[in-house]
Design a binder for this molecule. Sequence first.
Ligand code: PBG
Length: 326
Amino acid sequence: MHFPMRRPRRLRRSETIRRMVRETVLQVDDLIMPLFVVHGRGIRREIPPMPGNYQLSVDQLTREVKEIAALRIPAVLLFGIPERKDAHGSQAYAKDGIIQQAVRAIKDSVSDLLVITDTCLCEYTSHGHCGVVEEGVVTNDPTLELLAKTAVAQAEAGADIVAPSDMMDGRVGAIREALSSSGFEEVAIMSYAAKYASGFYGPFRMAAESAPQFGDRRSYQMDPANAAEALREVAMDLEEGADIIMVKPALAYLDILWRVRTEFDVPVAAYNVSGEFAMVKAAARLGWLEEEQVMWEILTAIKRAGADLILTYFAKDAARLLRQRE
Ligand code: PBG
């Protein structure tokens, strides 16, 4: 049947009818807000390319998470910036490391907010790589032990979910085993399973002070040209014990997200990364884009492509908008 019998515009005539036939509906429960934690007191330092996002000291962080919980955002993802960096990133797994302090403080101040910790070494290593460097090479197997120690330290502090973002081979298995043998079999793993070597992480590296001091991350993060490999990465992480898998970045990789969604029956997360956020904010500041509309369209696209969960610096803005529309 076609025109004039069929007229798709009939179902677009009013906001009410559009609402009724809408296929993808964004919810506040889909959102996860990333946060950056620093040592010190009273620090709330805005990250220039990421307006509305801050490096927060623990006291400020507890204020921030109360606001986030009040918006009914279910979870935060924490990144730490240590006071000292060293070759082995020891502040990542130190008992009083910044993330461990932050998790305890959050758990003491809000009860129903889920805490996810990024499990990686790059913010903590002097060379800025995600693994142990030997003779200029980022090694794989020696890194696994340190990642596992980091995950256990985070779980001990009270993390609900650990999120390995390093892209070492075998890290999910190593972390799962370490968590289980330390009595944390209940802690879930959200693995950055298909994480690409992307230019879209630029603003994040300023925020987390984690830019590599030599070379780049292409020997461990994925080549943007590859899709089939993403499916193999996801399959491996699931076999090793991941509970939620992630595709990152989101926007330039919606095809990957869709393929992962159709091939695997597990919760899928997508990371709307710092560069994707910064592009919108910058263009909006110049008056070249309508920020709210574009944000909405981006988040809806990520959900439509298959994400159950969206990690996004827009989480608070989107939650406020959802509340207004209620
Ligand atoms: C750490 C990590 C990165 C991001 C999340 N975890 C940076 C990187 O791999 O260089 C990027 C997040 C973003 O850009 O918002 N490995």
